[in-house]
Design a protein. Sequence first.
Length: 215
Amino acid sequence: MRKFNISVVLADDTPLMLSGLKCALNSISKITILASCETSQELFGTLADIKCDVVVTNYAIRGSESGDGLAYLSRLRRLHPDVKIVVLTSYKQPAIIKSVLALGVSAIVAWHDDAAEVITAILVSSAGGEYVSPQVRTALACFQSDIEQPQQLSPRESEVMRLYISGMTIGEIAALLKKGKQTISCQKMSAMRKLGIKSNADLIRYGLDSSVGQH
């Protein structure tokens, strides 16, 4: 009988997380860790030299040219279409999750899921399947509930979001719209709350893949 073995390359810029992944995966006899990388450049260099079945990578790993996780994953898919990709992420914003899944990755696991979920994701991915961890499924389920009862942005909230995503500051938007900074800030926060976005970084990422306020 042929020995069943899955070759894996790890990519994460947090040493503690990388160590934890190694510990969890080394306990599974059918999984072999070929290499571990701490930047996206190191990962691409490694994949140019060795072949693996699965890459387990942090969505927000250091080193991508654009600094954008989606661009990094898109490049990884383009350069290595036969490699299965398991994405680890701390982001639970539905827009980001859906954008990652749309790239064709094999699995996505939240950092707050149990370590066993990473193992399951690797096994399912290597067999040609797709896997979404429990916490990611919960985030998507909440998104579906929001679709059933959508919270529409007001025209002014849409305008503020569009201008902010375009690169303008709160002060610049306030001057342009002839409103106080506090008013603009409140409208921005209200729009983010309706969209389920919790940070400015996530707001920018969301803006890259959506038509915020274009109604």
